[in-house]
Design a protein around this ligand. Structure first.
Ligand code: FAD
Length: 281
């Protein structure tokens, strides 16, 4: 963790583009509340399908015009160089300065993989087409990406993304700080010194967390799973316990050198604000 300690801490919030009028209002309220915490930026996720992609663009431009600092996610799977270029040109014209560049996952039923196979190819393309216009974040996986051929292959892929021109990384969420520290040490041992900001998922609903974690390969440690299971429908106890566990992990991450935190807010200010308050950021 030597190299991480020298980076300026970056605190950021992730939002997703709403699909309904009600969702748009919910997001407006959440970002207004979260903006009071003064994050470095808000990121907005990106879906590979057509309409989700439009919603990302709309949300990003809407927020940018309201004066928020926004980092759109952009994923390359199922897309073409032309489409990516068009989106990035709109972002460039709107004054966007930071992107989260990803491969993404193909939605079920979508067969076309597109012109780019991996996020490293997307990063290479963005640097070729847009030079240094954007600060580029990429994804990192302290518990390794579920499709990686091996731990070593995943680490090499991460290195490829950085060498292609990424400036920093945000991790998949995790509940085991040791996995993060080990990952950062492994990166340092192969000469990677970019900031790797931990992604933090507040614990809201147990069933939802299990579904997400099964999909993305994030481990819910057995003791946390057991405790959450035991609370059943008692949402208040789930939240109280989740706040204790996640805040303690964030405290440790920051104390031991993590260069900031990136919160997966799920478009709700409540739990993220509470963790933020307890941390006294
Ligand atoms: P990559 O870095 O390309 O890696 C994907 C897999 O391919 C890995 O297993 C890697 O080891 C392997 N690999 C890479 N290069 C090679 C190679 N040359 N040869 C063989 N194997 C290789 N998804 C969305 O759809 N929208 C979002 O907005 C979004 N935001 C995210 C934000 C963060 C911070 C994170 C951590 C994830 C996000 N995701 C999002 C999920 C992400 O798209 C998935 O995890 C996806 O499966 C991988 O994307 P990636 O950019 O990490 O892919």
């Amino acid at each position: 963790m030597k190299s991480q300690k020298k980076h300026i801490a970056t605190f950021s919030f992730e939002l997703f583009p709403p699909q309904s009028e009600q969702g748009v209002e919910k997001l407006r309220l959440a970002r207004k509340q979260l903006a009071q915490l003064n994050p470095k930026f808000f990121s907005v996720t990106f879906g590979a399908g057509g309409s989700t992609r439009e919603h990302t663009l709309e949300t990003v431009l809407d927020m940018q015009s309201e004066g928020y600092t926004v980092a759109p996610h952009i994923s390359c799977i199922g897309s073409t160089q032309k489409k990516i270029y068009e989106i990035l040109q709109i972002y460039q014209q709107a004054g966007i300065q930071r992107l989260v560049a990803l491969r993404g996952d193909l939605p079920s039923g979508m067969a076309q993989a597109g012109e780019f196979r991996y996020a490293s190819e997307l990063v290479t393309y963005i640097r070729e087409a847009f030079g240094q216009t954007f600060h580029i974040e990429v994804a990192a996986y302290p518990e390794y990406h579920p499709q990686a051929r091996s731990v070593q292959a995943d680490l090499e892929n991460f290195k490829r993304k950085i060498e292609a021109g990424a400036n920093s990384a945000i991790t998949q969420y995790f509940y085991n700080a040791d996995a993060y520290f080990h990952f950062v040490d492994s990166c340092e041992s192969i000469g990677l010194a970019v900031p790797i900001v931990p992604g933090i998922m507040p614990i809201n609903k147990f069933s939802q967390l299990v579904r997400f974690s099964d999909g993305c390969g994030a481990e819910i440690p057995r003791w946390i799973r057991k405790k959450l299971e035991g609370f059943g429908d008692d949402v208040e106890s789930v939240h109280d316990f989740g706040l204790d566990v996640v805040t303690a992990m964030c405290e440790r991450l920051l104390k031991e050198g993590a260069p900031g935190l990136h919160f997966y807010t799920m478009n709700s200010a409540d739990l993220t604000s509470k963790i933020w308050g307890r941390l006294g950021i």
